[in-house]
Write a protein that binds this ligand. Structure first.
Ligand SMILES: Cc1cc2nc3c(=O)[nH]c(=O)nc-3n(C[C@H](O)[C@H](O)[C@H](O)COP(=O)(O)O)c2cc1C
Length: 164
């Protein structure tokens, strides 16, 4: 089963999160995952994916316009796929990451996706709306949250769709 991890990243922090999310996905048997920048999407891989995990930096208290532009361009074929989110922000105490996550989640719902994080029910480290990191995920807390998001989405996608 394939999972796409689609991210926007200018200075590399969200990209580092994406790689950890992918590690979390591929640690689950029968799951392969591809990371791709919003600027170089592999449309075939996305279309074959049962789940898509989106990542963005926080810009002015919301998700970056580059990722929002993708959603607003009316991408086809996302309906029915499982989705998750991760976000990098600069201010650990509240730079708007939650709002960035919810902005992406709103678009995903409108496009017909099934949204999931695992929340506080899927074991530690607990997630809320998705995985959040201050800048690049350097400490164990931030790294493990990215990893856990990938794991949670992969397990749920297998449960919903099976391994093919
Ligand atoms: C135009 C712009 C706006 C930003 N606005 C915020 C913000 O509102 N809150 C915040 O915490 N960080 C903000 N940041 C910082 C980025 O979210 C942060 O540096 C992030 O890690 C960048 O991710 P990237 O390396 O993947 O591009 C902003 C950065 C830029 C360039």
């Amino acid at each position: 089963m394939k999972i796409s991890i689609i991210y926007h990243s200018e200075s590399g922090n969200t990209e580092k999160m994406a790689k950890l999310v992918r590690e979390g996905c591929t640690g689950i048997p029968d799951v392969e995952a591809g990371c791709m920048s919003i600027d170089s999407l592999d449309e075939n891989y996305v279309s074959e994916s049962k789940a898509i995990i989106f990542g963005a930096p926080t810009y002015e208290g919301s998700c970056s316009w580059q990722i929002k532009r993708y959603f607003d361009s009316g991408p086809k074929g996302l309906a029915g796929k499982l989705g998750g989110v991760f976000v990098s922000q600069n201010w650990p105490g509240g730079g708007g990451a939650s709002f960035a996550e919810m902005t992406m989640i709103a678009s995903m719902l409108v496009l017909g996706m099934l949204v999931y994080s695992g929340g506080i029910t899927a074991g530690s480290p607990y997630l809320h709306f998705g995985a959040v990191s201050a800048r690049a995920p350097e400490g164990n807390l931030y790294r493990n949250r990215c990893f856990k998001l990938g794991e949670n989405i992969a397990k749920k996608a297998l449960e919903l769709f099976g391994s093919r």
